[in-house]
Design a binder for this molecule. Structure first.
Ligand code: ZN
Length: 539
C-alpha cells in the first residue's frame, strides 16, 4: 500500500475501521510500551508516536530470563553489526517490558502485515539475532522506515512553519486590536462632544480632513502604535486597509450606538414599567422627525432616567402613522408595549388628539398607557390658546415684534433706544410663550421713553421706509389701546411666567404643580371679574 511516493496525505487518507476494537481516548498520553498501544492506530496516534519517537532501553536494564530455556533478550540486539565491523544503533527496535518482547517501531505503526515484530512481539531469543538481521534487510521494513522518517521530518517542519505563522498572525491581531481601540476611543470622544467626524476630504495631513482624522494625527504624534499605523497607511496608498475611511467611522458609530441602545434597553427591561415621551419636529432638511424618549425609574441608580432612543423619520404626520412608527421601534428594541404606563406629548392634534391622535391609538392598545400632557408646556398652551383667540393680542405682539426689529436692525437706532430707555427691548422665544413678559416689561414702565426714541429715529433717519415705520409705531405706542394692552398683558404674563418657571424645576412635585395651576386659574378669573377696570385706569 505504501510506495516511495507516499506522503502524510496518503497516511491521513488511510481508511479506518468504524469502531476500533480497543479504542483509547485520544487525549490520554500513550504508553511507551508498544504492547499497550491500541491494535488499530489512528492518524493522530501515529503522529503522536512519531513525534515522541521509539523509547530506548536503559543501558543497565536487566532483561528477565525465559523460564523454559533460560534465554533472555540482550542489549546487543539493539546494535547492528556492519560488514566493516562498525556497530550502529537499531533505532526502530523497541522493547516491551509488559510482554518481554521486541517490536519494530515503524512496521508496528504503518504495516498491515501481521508478523511477530508487529503483533505480540518477538520472543524467540534463540533465533532473535538472525530474525532481526533479516527484518533489517527486508524491503517492506525499509519502505516503512522511509515513511516513518519522512513523516517525522514533515511534522518537525510543519510545526516550525505553523509556529512562525501563528506568532505573526497573533502579532498582527494584537496590532489591529490596539489600532481599533484607539480609533474607537476617538469616535467616542468626538460623539460625546457632538462634533462632526468628517471633513471635506479623507486624505491624511490635509487641513480640511475633519475632526476624526485630525484627532488621529494628533494622537499619532505621541502614540507609537498609531504613528506606525499612519506610516504604513501612507506608504501603501493603494489597497491597504487603513480603517480610517468614512465607512469605518460609520461602522464604529453604529457599533457604539447599538451597544449604548442595548445598555439602555436592559435598563428599561430591568425597570419593567416605562412611559414614552414623543415629539415631532421638522429638521433642517424639512424631514419630519419623531424623537422617542423612554422614561423609567432606573433600578441601578434609583433615579428617574430619560433614555433617548433616536429619531424616527416620519413620512406622514398623521396619528396612525406616528403610532405605528413608535410601536415598530419598541418592537425592534424588544420592549413590550404592555408595560407602558404613560405617554407624554406636547401640542398637536396628531399627537394628543382624543380620537385619531397617537395617544388615543396607543390607549386603545394599552388602556394603562395614560396620557400626560408635557408639564412644562401646559401653561404655555393655556396662554397661547387664549392669545390666539384674540386678534388684538396678535396685533399687539406684532407691534412689539416690529419695534424690536426696527431698533435691532441698526446699531445707530439701537444706540438711540439705549439713550432713552433704561431696560432694553427683548425678543421672545417662540417655544415659551410666557417669555414674552420680558418684551412687554420695557413698554409697561417706559412707554414714553420708547416713544421718544421712535421720534428721534424718525427725525434722524434718511431711509423713507424707516421714517414712515417709526412714525406709525410712535403713534401706536402712544395710543390708549396699546397702553391698555400693555398693562393687561403684563399683569397676566408676569403671573404665569412665575408659575411656569416654578413648574420647570426638576424638583417640582405633582401636588404642588396642581395647586399652583389652580391658584393661577383663580387669579386669572378674578382678574377678568374685577382687576380689568384697575388695568384700564393704570393705562
Ligand atoms: Zn520493521
Amino acid at each position: 500500500m505504501y510506495t516511495n511516493d507516499n506522503t502524510i496525505c496518503s497516511l491521513l487518507e488511510m481508511p479506518q475501521p468504524e469502531s476500533p476494537p480497543n479504542p483509547v481516548p485520544e487525549d490520554e498520553p500513550l504508553s511507551t510500551d508498544p504492547a499497550n498501544w491500541p491494535s488499530v492506530l489512528t492518524d493522530r496516534i501515529r503522529t503522536q508516536l512519531v513525534c515522541r519517537g521509539p523509547s530506548e532501553v536503559p543501558a543497565d536494564f536487566v532483561f528477565p530470563r525465559n523460564e523454559v530455556d533460560g534465554r533472555s533478550c540482550h542489549h546487543q540486539y539493539f546494535k547492528k553489526n556492519l560488514v566493516n565491523g562498525e556497530k550502529i544503533l537499531r533505532s526502530w527496535l523497541v522493547y516491551s517490558e509488559k510482554n518481554n518482547s521486541l517490536f519494530c517501531f515503524c512496521c508496528k505503526l504503518f504495516s498491515k502485515k501481521t508478523i511477530n515484530l508487529t503483533s505480540s512481539g518477538l520472543t524467540d531469543w534463540k533465533h532473535a539475532s538472525h530474525l532481526l538481521t533479516s527484518h533489517d534487510n527486508s524491503l517492506e521494513h525499509l519502505i516503512y522506515m522511509k515513511v516513518w522518517k519522512e513523516l517525522a521530518v514533515r511534522i518537525k517542519k510543519g510545526q516550525t512553519i505553523d509556529n512562525q505563522e501563528m506568532a505573526l498572525l497573533e502579532a498582527e491581531k494584537m496590532r489591529w486590536r490596539a489600532v481599533l481601540t484607539r480609533l474607537t476611543a476617538i469616535v467616542q470622544s468626538l460623539a460625546a462632544r457632538n462634533l462632526a467626524l468628517r471633513g471635506s476630504t479623507e486624505t491624511l495631513y490635509t487641513p480640511s480632513n475633519g475632526n476624526f482624522l485630525k484627532e488621529v494625527e494628533l494622537m499619532a504624534q505621541f502614540d507609537p502604535i498609531l504613528k506606525e499605523h499612519l506610516n504604513r497607511v501612507q506608504k501603501n496608498t493603494s489597497g491597504h486597509t487603513s480603517h480610517l475611511s468614512h465607512s469605518i467611522q460609520n461602522e464604529l458609530v453604529d457599533l457604539l450606538s447599538s451597544k449604548i441602545i442595548s445598555e439602555m434597553v436592559s435598563d428599561i427591561k430591568q425597570a419593567k414599567y416605562f412611559s414614552v415621551v414623543l415629539d415631532c419636529t421638522p429638521d433642517i432638511s424639512h424631514t419630519e422627525q419623531l424623537s422617542v424618549v423612554i422614561r423609567v425609574v432606573s433600578l441601578t441608580e434609583l433615579c428617574i432616567k430619560e433614555h433617548f432612543m433616536g429619531f424616527l423619520e416620519a413620512e406622514e404626520s398623521t396619528g396612525l402613522h406616528l403610532a405605528s412608527l413608535i410601536l415598530k421601534r419598541l418592537d425592534e428594541l424588544k420592549v413590550p408595549f404592555e408595560d407602558c404606563r404613560g405617554q407624554a406629548y406636547d401640542n398637536g392634534a396628531n399627537m394628543k388628539g382624543k380620537n385619531k391622535g397617537v395617544q388615543a391609538r396607543l390607549l386603545q392598545m394599552n388602556p394603562r398607557a395614560i396620557f400626560v400632557p408635557c408639564g412644562a408646556h401646559t401653561l404655555n398652551l393655556v396662554v397661547a390658546d387664549a392669545s390666539k383667540a384674540s386678534t388684538d393680542a396678535m396685533n399687539y405682539f406684532g407691534i412689539l415684534h416690529k419695534l424690536f426689529t426696527l431698533f435691532s436692525a441698526s446699531t445707530q437706532r439701537w444706540a438711540i433706544l439705549k439713550k432713552h430707555v433704561g431696560i432694553t427691548l427683548k425678543m421672545w422665544t417662540d417655544t415659551r410663550w410666557e417669555s414674552k413678559v420680558k418684551s412687554v416689561e420695557p413698554l409697561r414702565y417706559q412707554a414714553a421713553a420708547v416713544r421718544e426714541a421712535l421720534i428721534e429715529v424718525r427725525d434722524h433717519t434718511k431711509d423713507p421706509i424707516i421714517k414712515v415705520e417709526a412714525q406709525s409705531l410712535s403713534e401706536e405706542v402712544g395710543s390708549y389701546r396699546f397702553s391698555k394692552c400693555t398693562v393687561v398683558w403684563y399683569d397676566i404674563l408676569s403671573q404665569t411666567h412665575h408659575v411656569s418657571k416654578l413648574m420647570q424645576s426638576p424638583s417640582m412635585q405633582v401636588d404642588v404643580a396642581v395647586s399652583l395651576l389652580k391658584r393661577i386659574e383663580k387669579g386669572l378669573q378674578r382678574y377678568r371679574a374685577t382687576d380689568f377696570v384697575t388695568a384700564q385706569m393704570t393705562a
